[in-house]
Design a protein around this ligand. Structure first.
Ligand code: HPA
Length: 269
């Protein structure tokens, strides 16, 4: 694994991906943040050695390096999900490469279904903790050069970054919640009974991504900040027919608010 990480990292450094301050993984329908990047170098995933290729509509599959405010960032426009058939190694490699490129912090966004009855469609949830119901991406042989065999997950989401995000949201008068994100494999959206069950076991929102990347990042001690955009509700009597398109549409409506929080978070690093 380390050889492949080094090979991919070198390829990207040679392309000009030098000294990024932060990495950002853009979730379903949230790729528009890259429009605010300047002096960009873009590489399609399919042209990056060892990178898997994203297959889902709404996930463009490009790695973009550039200026974002006063910082240099690498953005993953399009991510890799287990439901596409990728294995742990494929999900892990891009995040490890971001770390080896030198990012100090990883930001992630996703679209999620709200199971907390206080949530409304279009709300933003700052993730404070998670329940990972996907296969753990660290299963298999551990390379101690990358991280410890048994990483602690007591504070997976950086407390300091959460505090800062809450202040930024307050400044911008953006309604945000804090909450627990639960990941399932998908690709089905949940049955009403499953939404209810996820609420009972402690989730505020449910989605099909993010926790594998967070686990991989924390394995390398990389600080993480993540937000969910609530695109539909898994709350009794509020459950509506959900499609990939309805998720994309709702995510797009919230993108501007999510982007202004991310912009201030990154410029304050
Ligand atoms: N469930 C799972 N994943 C999702 C949902 C949902 O309701 N909404 C957006 N991604």
């Amino acid at each position: 694994m380390l050889e492949r990480i080094n090979e991919t990292t070198k390829f990207l450094k040679d392309k000009g991906f030098i000294n990024p301050d932060a990495g950002i993984v853009l979730g379903t329908g949230l790729g528009g943040l890259t429009a605010k990047m300047e002096n960009c170098i873009e590489v399609d995933y399919k042209d990056i050695p060892n990178f898997p290729v994203s297959t889902v509509e709404g996930h463009a599959g490009k790695l973009i390096f550039g200026d974002f405010g006063n910082k240099k960032i690498v953005a993953m426009k399009g991510r890799f999900h287990y439901y596409e058939g990728y294995g742990s190694e494929q999900v892990a490699l891009p995040i490890r490469v971001l770390k080896y490129l030198g990012i100090k912090c990883l930001f992630l966004s996703n679209a999620a279904g709200g199971v907390n009855p206080d949530f409304r469609i279009g709300d933003i949830m700052i993730i404070t903790d998670h329940i990972n119901l996907l296969p753990n991406p660290l299963i298999g042989q551990n390379d101690d050069r990358i991280g410890a065999r048994f990483p602690d997950m007591g504070e997976a989401y950086d407390k300091y970054l959460i505090k800062r995000a809450l202040l930024i949201a307050q400044d911008h008068k953006i309604r945000v919640h804090k909450g627990v994100y639960l990941s399932t494999s998908g690709p089905t959206f949940e049955t009403p009974a499953e939404y209810k069950y996820f609420r009972i076991i402690g989730a505020d929102a449910v989605g099909m991504s993010t926790t594998p990347e967070v686990i991989i990042a924390r394995h390398m001690n990389l600080p993480v900040f993540a937000v969910s955009i609530i695109t539909d509700l898994g709350v009794e009597d509020k459950i509506a027919y959900t499609t990939h398109q309805s998720v994309l549409d709702e995510a797009a409506k919230t993108e501007e608010r999510m982007t202004s929080i991310m912009t201030d978070m990154i410029s304050a690093l």
